[in-house]
Design a protein around this ligand. Structure first.
Ligand code: NDP
Ligand code: 2IT
Length: 451
């Protein structure tokens, strides 16, 4: 048994059975780290792996709020503070019925390496609740956010832990959370990122994850000697913050994005997704994608129940470049086979861990350019850090400055990941490159800071 197999076994024993996605994330990282751990015994001497796979602390609390019918509702709230070797804990909040401590541990663990890769002073954390914002009135969302912050405010602060958005949490929710924090603490400070622009939000934070993922992919294509996005057919899953802004930037670079999807079904529009319609349906009206066909009758809508067995309809559509941007484990080995058979050249993860390990193996075996989430979707958290900087300085950066810094950051991450893979003899393997480069910065800081 190698160091990492042994460690995985220990982690499995000391965690609960709902932590499947957490083990999946840990296993992938440890697999990449084998050569680093074998050739640098200092990491074992400092118990870096055991320390990195155990959160500094985890909060779990009751959230009680009243709905519009005067019924009292009870949800569970969480915040996982995973590692602050490089800076304050930083990472999003997810509001979705599937949220549990295992999912947040996986997301918090990934966030450590992602934040490290940005080169910015931010540690890793994640939080959220099993609250479902879908179908709730604005007033109910506000009531929930206030109740959630009543407890969360005890654990966060601009130099302690700075939450942001994730699935189910956007500008509206961050606004309500910020308002409650301010009321409780009487302090107007950058304790959350992704705030609306009018009270401290950074320009381009909403666009940052999607735009960043496309910048990263553009750089990865260049390294591979492949021409950029002009006229390339792209498939995107999801219809939320990340998917919408990925589609927007793909258009800006001359590509043709032809799909999007939500939890109920997939839209395939061979002429290219109608971005204004998509924004109207998903940002303004918050309705199902099925409505897309009411306006664009040439588009094809496929319901989830009619997807290929074990797969997702989006990945059944022929494309040059794929952008899974909805949720974890949404792209299976069945999907990977479809993509490969249809001549796809690159897969870039806008969502966190959207590809299953089996799908990633198939991409590797078939030389598909594969950009893993912790590198490809780091643009969101990078601009969050820019927002922290602006708040600390009471400053406002222009759209052009933020965009320029985001693009530079994403291209620099891509280069670093690419060169790290090369250094370790796995040229073109962005999974290993990202895990090793992300690990080294945080591990070396942990050693330098002592126990
Ligand atoms: P949103 O809530 O804005 O959108 C999520 C989208 O994914 C929606 O279209 C939703 O469908 C769909 N979706 C969510 N869960 C499922 C599911 N279980 N099955 C099928 N579809 C699902 O979230 P974001 O766009 O912000 O996040 C998408 C992904 O990107 C997540 O993995 C997140 O962790 C990751 N990410 C987000 C960042 C950010 O800055 N927001 C930064 C980095 C990563 P429906 O509309 O029906 O709910
Ligand atoms: O997964 C992620 O990187 C996010 N949801 C964004 C985190 C942040 O703090 O902006």
């Amino acid at each position: 048994m190698s160091i990492s197999d042994d460690t995985i076994e220990k982690i499995r024993k000391s965690n609960c059975s709902t932590d499947k996605t957490f083990f999946q994330a840990v296993e992938e990282v440890l697999d990449s780290l084998k050569p680093v751990l074998d050739s640098n015994p200092i990491y074992e001497r400092h118990a870096i792996i055991e320390r990195l796979t155990t959160p500094d602390r985890e909060f779990k609390f009751k959230v009680v709020w009243m709905d519009d019918n005067q019924n009292i509702q009870v949800n569970t709230g969480y915040r996982v503070q995973f590692n602050n070797a490089l800076g304050p804990y930083k990472g999003g909040l997810r509001f979705h019925p599937s949220v549990n401590s295992g999912i947040l541990k996986f997301l918090g663990f990934e966030q450590i390496f992602k934040n490290s890769l940005t080169g910015l002073p931010i540690g890793g954390g994640k939080g959220g609740s099993d609250f479902n914002p879908k179908g709730k009135s604005d007033f109910e969302v506000m009531k929930f956010c206030s109740a959630y912050m009543t407890e969360l405010h005890k654990y966060i602060g601009p130099r302690i832990d700075v939450p942001a958005g994730d699935i189910g949490v956007g500008g509206r929710e961050i606004g309500y959370l910020f308002g409650e924090y301010k009321k409780i603490t009487s302090s107007y400070e950058g304790v959350l990122t992704g705030k609306p622009f009018m009270f401290g939000g950074s320009l381009m934070r909403p666009e940052a994850t999607g735009y960043g993922c496309v910048y990263f992919t553009d750089e990865m294509l260049k390294f591979a000697g492949v021409d950029g996005f002009k006229d390339r057919v792209c498939t995107v899953s999801g219809a939320g913050n990340v998917a919408i802004h990925t589609i927007e930037k793909l258009y800006a670079l001359g590509a043709k994005p032809v799909t999007c999807s939500d939890s109920k079904g997939t839209i395939y529009d061979s002429r290219g997704i109608d971005l204004e319609l998509l924004k109207e349906l998903k940002i303004n009206q918050r309705v199902s994608l099925e409505e897309y066909c009411t306006t664009n009758s040439d588009a094809v809508y496929t319901k989830v129940e009619d997807y290929p067995e074990g797969g997702h309809e989006v990945w059944n559509i022929p494309c040059d470049c794929a952008f899974p941007s909805a949720t974890q484990n949404e792209l299976t080995d069945v999907d990977a086979k479809h993509l490969i058979e249809n001549g796809c050249i690159s897969v870039s993860e806008g969502a966190n861990m959207p590809s299953t390990p089996e799908a990633i193996d198939l991409f590797k075996e078939n030389n598909i350019l594969f950009a893993p989430a912790k590198a490809a979707n780091a643009g969101g958290v990078a601009v969050s850090e820019f927002e922290m900087s602006q708040n600390a300085a009471m400053a406002k950066w222009s759209y052009e400055i933020v965009d320029e810094r985001l693009e530079k950051t994403m291209r620099a991450i891509c280069k670093r990941v690419h060169l790290t893979a090369k250094d370790y003899g796995v040229d073109g393997n962005y999974v290993d490159g990202a895990n090793i480069a992300g690990f080294k910065r945080v591990a070396d800081a942990m050693i330098a800071e002592g126990i």
